[in-house]
Design a binder for this molecule. Sequence first.
Ligand SMILES: CC(C)(COP(=O)(O)OP(=O)(O)OC[C@H]1O[C@@H](n2cnc3c(N)ncnc32)[C@H](O)[C@@H]1OP(=O)(O)O)[C@@H](O)C(=O)NCCC(=O)NCCS
Length: 406
Amino acid sequence: MNDLDVRHLAESEYRAAHELFVASLHHTERTPEERWARSVTRYEPGRAFGAFLGGELSGTAMSLSSALEVPGGAVLPAAAVTGVGVRADRTRRGLLRALMDAQLADLRERGEPIAMLHASETTIYPRFGYGLASRTYRLAIASSLARMRPEVPVGGSVRLVDGPAAEELLPELYARIATGRPGLIARNAGWWATRLCDTAGNGGSTRIAVRSDESGADDGFVLFAPSKTDHRFGDGSVTVRITDLVGAGPAASASLWRFVLGLDLMTEVVAIDRPLDEPLHWWLEERRGCRVERLDDDLWVRLVDVPTALAARSWGAAEPVVVEVRDATLPDNAGNYRIGPDGAVRCAERPQLALDAALLGALYLGDVAPSTLAAAGLIEVREPAALDRADRLFAVPRPPWCGTGF
Ligand SMILES: CC(C)(COP(=O)(O)OP(=O)(O)OC[C@H]1O[C@@H](n2cnc3c(N)ncnc32)[C@H](O)[C@@H]1OP(=O)(O)O)[C@@H](O)C(=O)NCCC(=O)NCCS
């Protein structure tokens, strides 16, 4: 399109881009000043793009600087792509494509091997090389069935903290304990400033509890928000929504769950974005007290630099396979890769499997097996014996989990 121009946004344009983005998500009110003062800290120089039609800002996309833990424990620089929106009267004219092209080219130049996002719709991003790489549960637990088994670890202590105290505590605590699982990402200062905006003490309703172990060291936290259907307790209900719960290990997580499930005057706890292997069903005396309400998309991953990303993760034990990767958006990635327990390198051998970059993104953290994608007709299998080997190479001991909205 001739009059379409995509460029980095200047600082003076961040507010307009933000309002354009939130309007594209059907938020009808302008962001209050106090909230904007926090949201603006998510904008980092050179990471926000605008698409201009006829000189007018009509679409935007940005990214937060972050990092992603990959199978084997390596942590790679990664761009957390967010703030993607196009004005409702300018959609389907190629603005998103132009923004995505510019952003991916920029990330390659920056040397960030991975881009990641949460998608509003599943159909948008595969064409740009993103694949769904992890999933989460939304859980609901009725208070009447929330009793934990006696075997569940007890100990330590849980205390409420307010928003300002959490701003001091949580960034360091999260960085220290959120490790040991593929899919975990770094949360930068702008992310925290925005996330803790609506907490108690900062003028909001989200509550925060921090857990300490027996030695007094903090080892977990939970963010939760109660909502009441009636001002009286007689006939109304109170739902407590957990939006973030991270523990250094099972004892910390169990303590935090026990604390929330034990709140007085509460009817139900709903928890979003929970890892698939959280043992809550096994912690409860009545396992049916915990309902899986939904299986949600978690992180979408795009390998911006395929050789670097493949070399960084560990691989399972199996004879190597040769995989052909196709990548229309970033053609430098295209080619054949030999993947084996000792690593992954480019090669000139004949490929046994072939797939698009988006499928490689879906496989990367180990959430889905190559044989599942092959059964769905998404991977081309040229040598059937290679599929079983690929399953073992891509497999991970724990399901990936991000759990960080951005
Ligand atoms: C999603 C959105 C950014 C797309 O912007 P756009 O400028 O209309 O997209 P483009 O015209 O560049 O389309 C690029 C391609 O994506 C496709 N596409 C765009 N939006 C799509 C959607 N919502 N669902 C499925 N396909 C979509 C187009 O058909 C086009 O396909 P092609 O490659 O086969 O030609 C825009 O519709 C929007 O702002 N939606 C509301 C906010 C939102 O969901 N933001 C994303 C947050 S993660």
